[in-house]
Design a protein around this ligand. Sequence first.
Ligand code: 3PG
Ligand code: MG
Length: 396
Amino acid sequence: MAWKTLDEMDLAGKVVLVRVDINVPVENGVVTDATRIEKIAPTVKDILAKGGKPVLLAHFGRPKGKPVPEMSLRPLVPELAKALGVPVKFAEDCIGAPAKTAVAALAAGEVLLLENTRFHAGEEKNDPELSAAMAALGEVYVNDAFSAAHRAHSSTEGVAHILPAVAGRLMAAELKALEAALGNPVRPVTAVVGGAKVSTKLDLLGNLVSKVDHLVIGGGMANTFLVAQGIDVGKSLAEREMAETAREILEKAAAAGCAIHLPADVVVAREFKAGAENEVVGNADCPADAMILDAGPKSVEEIAKVFEASKTLIWNGPLGAFEIAPFDAATNAAAQKAADLTKAGKLVSVAGGGDTVAALNKAGAAEDFSYISTAGGAFLEWMEGKELPGVAALMK
Ligand code: 3PG
Ligand code: MG
């Protein structure tokens, strides 16, 4: 993989359109996690250092093609200014007169944020006219929004075909980390896939079994695999109609030489609530009136051994009901193990996906991972082996 980077560009005096993903969680007007905003700072600062004028294109929420005041990007200006350490101006529209006037008024050392690209119906349609109107504002296009690169929208894809287009620092870091984890990894490589449903991660599992040496399956989807092996899982969450599909994945894995690791023991409870009375049983011994809420200690031991024997780890999805203690125990322990091995220089560990990052943060393990992606859906699609249009447009 070879993508064009900022290093190849002379930006002095140029207006640089930068697609960023600052689609951050906001509660009662307060940004509750500014990670995505902080992560774009190196790119923007680099552009400023090279004498360029950064003009930021971004979406926020899903306004569906019309202006929705609650989804304006304006309230993010102070948070951006804080992260970038420079004045941030704002334009009421991402194209047309308001944008042009604001670009013309932009002084050296300042940054301009344009209003939500998704206020235009053309954005999600990748409308050539909208792409052209965006491109008309600048001379160079930088895409730093890996987490939106699974969308073929005007601001993520269309513009890249009109202006000279390169990857920003965050985009390049994401691509490099993913390449090291799955594209061209040091083996053995292990994938952890958790979460509730097999049905939402079919493509993912199908792609992984042909690429990794070990696949650790956890969460609700592990129950579906137990069902596929004729095991009664009581009241556990499981997609019983997916049993045949799960068997096909197991066969594909066997043929590809990928070892599948399902929990050997499980933590069961009668209620889905924090602190619910629980016990550890073998994976075939879930009582009829109970449900599996986590992997058990023996499973965690096995996972630790798999990690120890691995050189590369890619992780998506929690192993149990990590939101409620004590059913976060397996996720926490496995995450800690991965973090320790990474810190010791024995493992390259990469994780992504909204829930996953929340779980690893909760486990206090995220900091020690080699790389934590800012992406949710894009990370998943990349793991599924799909081409991301926003990335494809940056390739040499
Ligand atoms: C995200 O948060 O997943 C990205 O910003 C993309 O947003 P979308 O899922 O609404 O396209
Ligand atoms: Mg998404």
